[in-house]
Design a protein around this ligand. Structure first.
Ligand SMILES: Nc1ncnc2c1ncn2[C@@H]1O[C@H](COP(=O)(O)OP(=O)(O)OP(=O)(O)O)[C@@H](O)[C@H]1O
Ligand SMILES: O=C(O)[C@H](O)COP(=O)(O)O
Length: 407
């Protein structure tokens, strides 16, 4: 484990400023409950039950985007998970925020307004600069400690993530601890048997970068999704191209072509590609093509095929560790969930160390009735998970370590 201080080390009766990541899908203007609330509730509950005064910070969306909203609905959802009131004030650091902070009693919880509604939060800048913003200077004097629980945002150098830990003693929350442990395992742990990575999803550029960075760490990659088709294209199969109206493959192919061809040529033995692919036929049913049958891409492929799942299954079962980044198909449609659910089931049935990352992909676990307890860790991080896999440190994490070292 790192040299963080954790919330176990907090002095009694602290006034604690806690950074959470409650960034959520927004539907009809309302945040949708998801794993992030449940996970962060554990940290907040512990702090409140220990008698600290707990003031939470979080962001939602980016200025100008449709999901850039107030956090009032987030307070309601968090409150439901905690089974205790979460006060909300529609102010980031002005008079109303300060009055609400001052009115807080031991064990009470307050959520301040979306950090990104404060001009000082964005853009990214060095911690020393962020520590001198009006935002940090206005809030910090009201607190004894800063807790960063927002592992999934810890790759951002925003004021609420890097400013406060410079001016307040900083501690890791429970989510920060567990995410850090699991997501850096690929770099820190050594495994006796094969290490496998399941790679899919739509963000091919990201995952291909991960594959490049993990040379020598991962023994084999099982591919599907968009990245899988790009590798098949590099192997000479006429897939991985955009059909009319599609915008998934060609740009990512241009951006990654050399890398994909290089990986395939130099590390081909590590790369396992689909042997069949699934599509929607004219009757709206799932249908499959073997690679041999594909002489031209005529349909959009939405999943790996059944034979591919059969080929991947034993490779997973003999692994000592499996990391998942991205779904093997459009699992949100049950007809095209075979690949994603097939590999997740195989992982769940083994004792291997397993991490499932990516907000979209991890949703398949509850959608298809799998038990989260059958995985070592289901990450709530997207970009931060990618960075951890590629061995990069996160500014928010570094500052927690620096804060502990400075004592
Ligand atoms: N062949 C495919 N064509 C189109 N979409 C696909 C295909 N295969 C998988 N997907 C989609 O990929 C999505 C999941 O991958 P994504 O790249 O969003 O990664 P993630 O790691 O789960 O999420 P995030 O990085 O956003 O946290 C799923 O929603 C699925 O529908
Ligand atoms: O949802 C996330 O992945 C994090 O909250 C980071 O959000 P961002 O990409 O808008 O910084």
């Amino acid at each position: 484990m790192s040299t963080f201080r954790t919330i176990d080390d907090l002095p009694a009766d602290s006034r604690v400023l806690v950074r959470l990541d409650l960034n959520s899908p927004i539907e009809g203007g309302e945040p949708q409950d998801n794993r992030r609330f449940e996970r962060h509730a554990r940290t907040v509950r512990e702090l409140a039950e220990a008698g600290h005064r707990v003031v939470c910070l979080a962001h939602q969306g980016r200025p100008g985007s449709d999901d850039f909203t107030s956090l009032s609905g987030h307070a309601t959802i968090l409150s439901g998970h905690l089974d205790r009131d979460v006060g909300f004030v529609a102010d980031t650091h002005g008079e109303d925020a300060i009055a609400a902070i001052e009115a807080l009693s031991a064990g009470e919880v307050l959520l301040l307004e979306n950090t990104r509604m404060c001009d000082d939060e964005l853009p990214e800048a060095e911690p020393a600069e962020k520590a001198e913003t009006a935002y940090v200077e206005a809030l910090a004097p009201y607190f004894d400690a800063y807790v960063n629980d927002a592992y999934s945002a810890a790759h951002r150098k925003h004021a609420s993530l890097v400013g406060f830990p410079l001016v307040l003693p900083a501690y890791a929350g429970r989510v920060m601890e567990t995410e850090y442990e699991a997501n850096t395992a690929i770099a820190r742990k050594s495994f006796d048997g094969p290490v496998t990575m399941v790679v899919g999803g739509t963000k091919a550029t990201d995952v291909i970068g991960v594959m490049d960075a993990l040379e020598g760490t991962v023994d084999r990659f099982l591919l599907g999704g968009v990245a899988g088709e790009l590798f098949l294209r590099a192997a000479g199969h006429p897939v991985g191209v955009d059909l009319e109206g599609m915008d998934l493959f060609d740009d990512q192919w241009e951006a990654n072509r050399e890398l994909v061809e290089g990986i395939l040529e130099e590390r081909g033995e590590e790369i396992h590609l689909a042997v069949d692919l699934a599509y929607e036929d004219d009757d709206g049913e799932r249908a499959e093509h073997t690679l041999e049958e594909i002489d031209e891409k005529r349909v959009g492929y939405l999943d790996v095929g059944t034979e591919t799942v059969e080929a991947y299954d034993p490779l997973i079962r003999e692994s000592d560790a499996v990391f998942v980044k991205g779904a093997l198909g459009v699992f949100e449609d049950e007809r095209f969930s075979v690949g994603t659910v097939g590999v997740l089931k195989a992982i769940a049935e083994t004792d291997c160390f397993s991490v499932v990352g990516g907000g979209d992909t991890s949703r398949a676990i509850e959608m298809y009735g799998l038990d989260e307890a059958d995985f070592s860790h289901v990450s709530i991080a997207g970009g931060a998970y990618i960075r951890a896999l590629t061995g990069k440190s996160l500014p928010g994490v570094e500052l927690l370590q620096a804060s502990a070292d400075g004592d």
